[in-house]
Design a protein around this ligand. Structure first.
Ligand SMILES: NC(=O)c1ccc[n+]([C@@H]2O[C@H](COP(=O)([O-])OP(=O)(O)OC[C@H]3O[C@@H](n4cnc5c(N)ncnc54)[C@H](OP(=O)(O)O)[C@@H]3O)[C@@H](O)[C@H]2O)c1
Length: 429
């Protein structure tokens, strides 16, 4: 074993960084044995130097992250600050000064992954980011490496623990959205401002990263269709149950049936209770991968939290250090397929539509005609009437989102349709 240590700069020492430092210290001997050289924490960059940080030698702490990455003797920079800047500049500066980078930063990778990969490649360094998607769950490396010989057709994931916790509460207790969100906040599962989670921004960033790797195609954050889950109601869960389904916020990356394009989207969807993703409870994450040769694979585990996320960071750190000792780099960006990324209109799926209609003869026929005119075939219809008003629940066969959009627009124009109470896609069948 080499005795000269590999030097690691830790940028950020918050929820994740604290655990990275702790595991580096407590597992130092095992890490050294697995890597073939000891790893030394050479510096820790933070914003507030005066904060007491258990287990961190205060002499290592600095507020000058730029100087730390420019030192010239750093082998690996671990970026767990988050956000776009200064993280982006620090990472590119690290490459320029000969260091490889391990990051947990989904926002940055989704926005600037291509440029960062190019910077890593030009400087002959590694860029690893297993922790950026679904915390502890090994996903990036299985997609990049284990499935490199297969053809992935679909990735269907619950990649945000906060929203899964809320939806699971609504499902199991009959609570409304706000009540479930309040409980998630009280228990620390939701942040004071939950927008990034409940509006699907966090999941969309992960979907962009996953789609890019799965389909060997650059998928930008803007390419991901995004709908939040704030409008899911207790009534939607009741409808879902009647269909033998539950509701999850899903990140869905799909290859079109003809293989010529891909789509990436995040939205709430009904999913059959028999689907493995339906049993993912609480704040857990899971990703279901469908590919030509392997068939169906499911990756499941804690998608966030200091120690679970640090586990993924440390796995990357070991891999990057091994590469360094071998004078090699791991796999970089693979975007050779360069498939076009289609918009939401091209997505083909099933729909559950709940309409408020007048309770009089002929309404059902009128509604059915509108569906037929737009080429959307109906699977089932359920009608409930009360005091001259009725609700009509229509479940369709597979149709394009564009066709469904046209259908709904036409339905809204019917005198007998008082309103479209909800539209939900049905996935995983
Ligand atoms: N938390 C999770 O469960 C989780 C899961 C998966 C991925 N991630 C990702 O991991 C990253 C870190 O998340 P976190 O939850 O650990 O965040 P956090 O608790 O807010 O920690 C951020 C750290 O960065 C430091 N920092 C902020 N601005 C800085 C600057 N300009 N220069 C130097 N240091 C700076 C902060 O310093 P102070 O300590 O002085 O404030 C803090 O130590 C993010 O990219 C996040 O998306 C987190």
């Amino acid at each position: 074993m080499r005795t000269r240590p590999l030097k690691v700069a830790l940028l950020g020492c918050g929820v994740v960084g604290t655990e990275v430092a702790r595991i580096m210290t407590t597992h130092a001997d095992d890490l050294a044995a697995r890597i073939g050289a000891p790893v030394e924490l050479a510096g820790v960059a933070v914003r507030r130097p005066g904060k007491v940080r258990d287990g961190i030698d205060p002499r290592l702490v600095t507020t000058d992250a730029t100087a730390l990455v420019k030192r010239g003797d750093i082998d690996v920079v671990v970026e767990v600050i988050g956000g776009i800047e200064p993280a982006r500049t620090l990472i590119t500066t690290a490459f320029e000064h000969g260091a490889s980078v391990v990051s947990a930063n989904k926002a940055l990778l989704a926005q600037d992954g291509a440029a960062l990969h190019a910077a890593a490649e030009q400087s002959n360094n590694d860029l690893y980011y297993e922790a950026a998607v679904a915390g502890a769950i090994p996903l990036i490396r299985p997609l990049r490496e284990s499935l490199a010989g297969d053809k992935v057709n679909r990735v269907l994931g619950i990649v945000n623990g906060t929203t899964n916790f809320i939806l699971d509460k609504m499902d199991s207790t009959g609570a409304g959205y706000q009540e479930a969100l309040d409980e998630a906040t009280a228990l620390g599962y939701a942040e004071a401002d939950p927008t990034a989670d409940v509006e699907g921004f966090d999941a969309a960033a992960k979907a962009a990263i996953l789609a890019g790797i799965a389909f060997h195609t650059r998928v930008r954050l803007d390419d991901v269709h995004r709908e939040g889950m704030t409008e899911v109601t207790a009534a939607d869960f009741a409808s879902a149950r009647e269909m033998g389904c539950t509701i999850k916020l899903l990140a869905i990356c799909e290859r079109a049936a003809d293989g010529a394009s891909v789509t990436a989207r995040v939205h709430p969807a009904m999913i059959p209770l028999t689907h493995p993703l339906a049993s993912v409870r609480g704040a857990y994450n899971a990703v279901f991968v469908e590919s030509d040769a392997s068939g169906q694979l499911m990756f499941y585990g804690p998608g966030a939290g200091g120690a679970p996320t640090a586990s993924a960071v440390l796995g990357d750190l070991v891999a990057v250090c091994r590469n360094r000792l071998n004078g090699a780099t791991g796999p970089g960006e693979s975007a050779y397929a360069a498939l076009p990324v289609s918009g939401m209109g091209e997505v083909v799926t099933r729909y559950h539509i709940s309409l408020d209609v007048a309770d009089k003869p002929g309404v059902l026929a009128q509604v059915a005609t509108v569906f037929a005119e737009h080429g959307v075939s109906i699977d089932t219809v359920r009608q409930q009437g009360k005091d001259g008003e009725a609700s009509l629940v229509v479940v369709t066969h597979r149709a394009s989102d564009a066709a469904l959009g046209g259908t709904v627009e036409a339905l809204r124009k019917l005198d007998t349709v008082r309103g479209v109470a909800s539209i939900m896609r049905v996935e995983g069948e």
